[in-house]
Design a protein. Sequence first.
Length: 326
Amino acid sequence: MTEPAPATENLVQARGLSRIFSSRASLFGKKRVLAAVSGVDLDVPRGRVTGVVGESGCGKSTLARLVLRLLEPSSGSIHFDGIDLAGVPPPALRTLRRRMQMVFQDPYSSIDPRYSVRNAVLEPLQVQGVQLDAAAQDARVASLMSMVGLNPTLAASYPHQLSGGQKQRVGIARALAMQPDFLVLDEPTASLDVSIQAQIIALLEQLQSDLGLTYLFISHDLGLVRYFCNRIVVMYLGRVVEILPDAQAAPRHPYTRALMDSTFEPDPQRRRVVTLLQGEIPDAFKLPPGCAYAARCPQASARCRSERPALARDGTHSLACHHPLS
Ligand SMILES: Nc1ncnc2c1ncn2[C@@H]1O[C@H](COP(=O)(O)OP(=O)(O)O)[C@@H](O)[C@H]1O
Ligand code: SF4
Ligand SMILES: [Mg+2]
């Protein structure tokens, strides 16, 4: 018997990942080009929660779709469990997709509102061509609904009859239907009330440990990411600017520090002076030559405005800054 290949430490590994979008400002206008994701290296360790954080428009959802190969990269590679996704023909990619699923911010935007919860939960199985008789379907729906904390009596309900939290639980049940090992969670709680948000995060934590799942958790909220994730990747205008090796690591990039300072701290004992992020985000179509954060950065020097800092490792911590904070 041959030994199975040793499992790689990273379930997902992306190298030099870029995605260019082009558009015209008007019908006869000049074509404008934007790098939504630019030269991103990403490691997602098996069985852990990796966070991606950054302001709206920094490329988080584009990165998520690239990683799952729902979007073709302009350049770069993605390996899933050691398999180069570029070399996988479409039928095999469809089978591989069972193992990687996405939970969206608004779970029902992609589902027909005429679908009952039952049909919404069964749809991924149908798409994958899994044949079950009615009794087996009922059993699968009930088990998935219990797994996400929904009463199986809700199976006949329609989206408009559910609360936001219940809808997101259906979204999570759909993502779990094919028993994946990797979930990309793209701002799964951003549209929910704070109290509901906490319940969904608790559910995701429980599922991650019970099922040994690997998560890529995307959020604009650094406080939430620091609570939930083992490793944190910070993005600014399409590039990775810092990788914190653990949630306790102190940010050293001025942008991450500003994100942290603008995070609301409910405990007045721990609240610091809130220095909200200042300055305009540069136009993504017209990025300056140096550091993209220079216009907003209190530490910016002449070098920052002319020379773009590369992402460099310092032990287990990585950052792209000419004048990192200590
Ligand atoms: N299909 C598309 N065509 C053109 N531009 C796009 C497309 N998708 C995203 N973008 C642009 O790419 C950038 C990153 O978007 P996105 O990945 O959605 O960021 P985030 O999820 O961090 O808010 C934005 O400037 C956005 O307008
Ligand atoms: S490279 Fe310069 S402008 Fe950019 S974040 Fe660092 S100090 Fe600020
Ligand atoms: Mg997004």
